[in-house]
Design a protein around this ligand. Structure first.
Ligand SMILES: Cc1cc2nc3c(=O)[nH]c(=O)nc-3n(C[C@H](O)[C@H](O)[C@H](O)COP(=O)(O)OP(=O)(O)OC[C@H]3O[C@@H](n4cnc5c(N)ncnc54)[C@H](O)[C@@H]3O)c2cc1C
Length: 433
C-alpha cells in the first residue's frame, strides 16, 4: 500500500515536532511518524501510581534558551507551568554533598573545589563559545581544556558535569559545546522544570499536528523528485522528509545519504545513558535536588536526582522519587543487563550517598538510552561547518546532534533550521500557496 504526502517528519521528539509545526504554519501538509507510543523522545515523562518519572531531560534554564521560551509563549505555556527548582546542585566529595555548583554560592563554599581551583573558576567561565557555532572555538577535548587549570577543575567540576549530565567521557568530547551551554544557561539558581513533567513541551507542540505514534520507520530512500518512506509492509511517498532521529539512527535509515551528509552523520556518535528511578515510601531530606558524583569518588554512580525535591509533584504526598544515573563506563556495561540487574547495581551503589534508599524502595523503573546525548567529539566538531553549509536536498535532518550542543534548546533550534532550509528550497504546492 502506498500513501502520498507533502512532508513526512520521522521522529516525534522536540526537534521533529518543532520542524513539523513550523512547516504546518507555513502552509505545508505534514505528517509526523513516531516509533514510540507517545511523543517526547528523550524528553518524555512516564506516569505511574501518582509518580511523574522524567526519563530523559530534567530541567531548562530560564537563560540561554530563547528559542524554547519563545515557542512556549506562543503555545500558551507560561512560566508558572515551568517553576524554578529553587534548590542547589551539589558535588560529592570526601563523604558528603557540597552544595553550590553552578551558583554564586559555590565561589564561597567551593562546591567541591579546593581554594586553588576556585581561583581558576573565573578563567574557566570566561571562555564563551558561540552556541550556534561551537566548532568556531578550538578548545580540544574537555580533559585537554581542563588540563590547563588546577587538577580539581577536571576531577570535581568538568568530569562530574559532563558525565553526570551528558554521559560524556572528558577524554572523548569537545570542550566548546560544554562551555557554550554553561555560558548560555547561567547559574543553577535560575533552572526550572515543567510542573506537569518534562514532556509538557512535546505534548503542547503535538496538539495541533498530525502525529501517528507506534509508527517505526524501517528505511528512507531518496529518489528523483520524491522520497520513499518504508514502514513494515507499507510505503509512503513524500516530496520531502525530515529525519528527526539521533544521528546513528538517521544513518541506518537513510542508506543512500549523499556524500556531503555521510561524513558528519558517521562522526556524530552518541553516548549511552542508563538510569533507575526508585519510588520510595518516604522523602529523604536533602538541601540539593541533584548530587553529581565524580569518578574519583565512585565508579558506578554519576548522578542522583531527588525528583521530589526538583518538584514536589513528581511523587505523591509523603512519598519520594530518586533517580540514579550510571557513570559512562558502568552505563556501557548495563545497557544490555536485565532490569533487575540494573536496579540491583545502581540502587546498591547509591546507598552510600542516600543511606536507607533500598529499604525505602517500593518500586523501580529502568530507563536505557542507547543514543542519549550527542558525544560532540572534536572530529564531529571539525566536520560541522561543512555539514551546515550542505545543499538542501529532499531529506533534511533535525536533532540536537546537528548543533552538537547536548540540550533541548539545540533540538528546538535544529527543528526551526530544518524547516527554514526546506521552505527556502521548495515552493509550496499550489493548493497551499
Ligand atoms: C538522560 C538525559 C538527560 C537530559 N537532560 C537534559 C536537560 O536537563 N535539559 C535539556 O535541555 N536537555 C536535556 N537532555 C537533552 C534533550 O533531552 C535532547 O536534546 C532532546 O530531547 C533531543 O530531542 P530530539 O528531537 O533531537 O531527539 P529525540 O528526543 O531522541 O527524538 C527522536 C524521536 O525519534 C523517534 N524515533 C527513533 N527511531 C525512529 C524510527 N525508526 N521511526 C520513527 N520514529 C523514530 C524516537 O522514539 C524519538 O521520539 C537530556 C537527554 C538525556 C538522554
Amino acid at each position: 500500500m502506498t500513501d502520498e504526502e507533502d512532508v513526512v517528519v520521522i521522529g516525534g521528539g522536540v526537534a521533529g515536532l518543532v520542524a513539523a509545526r513550523a512547516l504546518r504554519l507555513a502552509g505545508r501538509s505534514v505528517r509526523v511518524l513516531e516509533a514510540a507510543d507517545a511523543v517526547g523522545g528523550r524528553m518524555r515523562t512516564l506516569r505511574t501510581g501518582g509518580f511523574l518519572v522524567d526519563t530523559g531531560a530534567e530541567q531548562v534554564p530560564e537563560r540561554g534558551y530563547p528559542a524554547t521560551w519563545g515557542l512556549l509563549g506562543r503555545l500558551g505555556v507560561d512560566r508558572t507551568a515551568v517553576p524554578r527548582i529553587g534548590r542547589h546542585l551539589a558535588v560529592w566529595r570526601g563523604g558528603r554533598a557540597r552544595a553550590g555548583l553552578a551558583h554564586p554560592l559555590g565561589l564561597l563554599t567551593g562546591a567541591g573545589l579546593g581554594p586553588r581551583a576556585r581561583l581558576d573558576l573565573p578563567r574557566v567561565l570566561r571562555v564563551r563559545p558561540d552556541f550556534d557555532h561551537p566548532e568556531r572555538s578550538a578548545l580540544g577535548t574537555v580533559a585537554e581544556f581542563a588540563g590547563a587549570f588546577h587538577p580539581d577543575v577536571l576531577a570535581y567540576l568538568c568530569q562530574p558535569v559532563v558525565s553526570g549530565f551528558f554521559g560524556w567521557s572528558p577524554e572523548r568530547s569537545a570542550a566548546a559545546p560544554l562551555l557554550a551551554l554553561l555560558a548560555a544557561a547561567g547559574p543553577a539558581g535560575t533552572w526550572r522544570t515543567y510542573r506537569d513533567g518534562m514532556d509538557t513541551f512535546a505534548r503542547a507542540l503535538a496538539e495541533s499536528l498530525d502525529v501517528t505514534t507506534g509508527a517505526r520507520v524501517d528505511g528512507v530512500v531518496s529518489e528523483a523528485g520524491s522520497v520513499r518512506v518504508l514502514l513494515g509492509d507499507r510505503e509512503i511517498r513524500a516530496r520531502r522528509v525530515v529525519l528527526a532521529v539521533p544521528a546513528p539512527v538517521a544513518r541506518s535509515l537513510h542508506a543512500n545519504a549523499p556524500d556531503h551528509d555521510a561524513g558528519f552523520l558517521a562522526a556524530s556518535t552518541f553516548t549511552p545513558v542508563v538510569k533507575v528511578h526508585l519510588m520510595l515510601s518516604a522523602r529523604p531530606a536533602s538541601r540539593s535536588y541533584a548530587v553529581l558524583v565524580p569518578a574519583a569518588e565512585d565508579r558506578v554512580v554519576s548522578t542522583l536526582i531527588l525528583d521530589h525535591v526538583k518538584h514536589h509533584g513528581r511523587a505523591p504526598a509523603g512519598r519520594g522519587l530518586v533517580t540514579v544515573m550510571a557513570n559512562p563506563a558502568a552505563a556501557t556495561d548495563l545497557l544490555d543487563a536485565t532490569d533487575d540487574e540494573v536496579v540491583d547495581v545502581l540502587s546498591g551503589a547509591a546507598e552510600r550517598f542516600l543511606p536507607g534508599l533500598r529499604a525505602a524502595t517500593t518500586g523501580a523503573l529502568v530507563t536505557r538510552f542507547r543514543h542519549a546525548l550527542p558525544e560532540a567529539t572534536p572530529r564531529a566538531l571539525a566536520l560541522r561547518a561543512a555539514f551546515a553549509a550542505r545543499p538542501v536536498t529532499a531529506v533534511e535532518y533535525a536533532g540536537d546532534w546537528t548543533g552538537l550542543v547536548p540540550c533541548s534548546e539545540a533540538a528546538v533550534r535544529s527543528g526551526q533550521r530544518a524547516a527554514a532550509r526546506l521552505l527556502s528550497a521548495t515552493p509550496a504546492r499550489r493548493e497551499h500557496a
